[in-house]
Write a protein that binds this ligand. Structure first.
Ligand code: E4P
Length: 285
């Protein structure tokens, strides 16, 4: 399958396994990038084996993560590859900044994933000025997306992504695609430099819903890529039944300093907690 000419959305794989990168490329015939996160890396078969043998430490796990990212890079050398810093509620600005800088030097094409928290936003503000590519992750509200735009003002278009998590919002009974739509609209009105990356995609309705909303990028698990191929791009599904999930209203936010937005969201905190525990579980005895 070659990329449909009318499909403007970039397609990334959501996975910590380079074997899946090869499968995705074979399946689609193209692949624009890949996103990883601590949970996905913990499921990588080689890393799982090392963990079972008790061969991982807090130091060596980063070398293993780098090897995984390098293998992905070898499959899609022109691709954008997102790698995530470690974060928990104790992680301070200096340590997150240092890790972000380190990850950014792994190779060309790296996007450093930072959580949309006050620390993550401060780190993003610094890193974009140093020319680092950023992917602001665990986004669950329009205010958080507004803060990403404000914190990274001055970055070139394409240097910063924001990742709204569609499936995790759906899990709580609200329509994740509405958040995506609201961010796309707000960024359009503001002429934002930030690209919207639809994440936490669980089904073809999410995927096609992102295409219809002209989302810049989607990141898609291998199972969804294979389902898309089986379904065919030329025959989009209908929208999800809007009555099933509560809608998220658009908010007419004004541009202001990023510290002035209310960026707290319980799902961001829960997401950081889960990533942190999956990561620590790799090397704790
Ligand atoms: C990608 O950047 C995200 O980490 C990923 O899409 C999250 O997906 P999940 O909600 O299915 O864990």
């Amino acid at each position: 399958m070659t990329k449909p000419v009318n499909l403007s959305t970039k397609i990334f794989l959501d996975s910590g396994d380079p074997q899946e990168t090869k499968r995705a490329l074979d399946t689609l015939g193209f692949l624009d990038g890949q996103t990883t996160n601590p949970t996905l890396v913990s499921k990588n078969p080689h890393i799982t084996e090392l963990k079972e043998n008790g061969a991982l430490t807090e130091e060596t796990i980063w070398n293993e993560y780098r090897n995984v990212a390098s293998e992905i890079h070898a499959v899609i050398p022109e691709g954008s590859i997102s790698v995530e810093v470690y974060a928990d509620d104790q992680t301070d600005y200096e340590s997150m900044l240092e890790k972000g800088r380190e990850l950014s030097r792994w190779f060309d094409g790296i996007f450093v994933k930072l959580p949309v928290t006050s620390v993550g936003l401060r780190v993003a503000e610094t890193l974009v000025k140093e020319g680092v590519n950023i992917n602001m992750t665990l986004c669950f509200s329009q205010e958080q997306a507004a803060a990403v735009h404000a914190a990274t003002r001055g970055a070139r278009r394409g240097q910063v992504y924001v990742s709204p998590f569609i499936g995790r919002l759906d899990d709580t009974g609200v329509r994740g695609l509405d958040l995506v739509e609201n961010i796309v609209r707000m960024y359009g009105e503001w002429g934002s430099h930030v690209l919207v990356l639809g994440a936490s995609i669980r089904n073809l309705e999410h995927l096609f819903g992102c295409f219809e909303r002209k989302v810049d990028i989607v990141t898609v698990p291998i199972a969804m890529i294979e389902a898309w191929k089986a379904h065919g791009i030329e025959n989009p599904l209908g929208e999800q039944d809007p009555s099933v999930l509560a809608s998220i209203p658009f908010v007419d936010l004004k541009e202001k300093d990023f510290t002035a937005y209310d960026i707290n969201h319980p799902l961001t905190d829960a997401g950081i907690g889960k990533f942190s525990s999956d990561w620590k579980n790799l090397f704790s005895k």
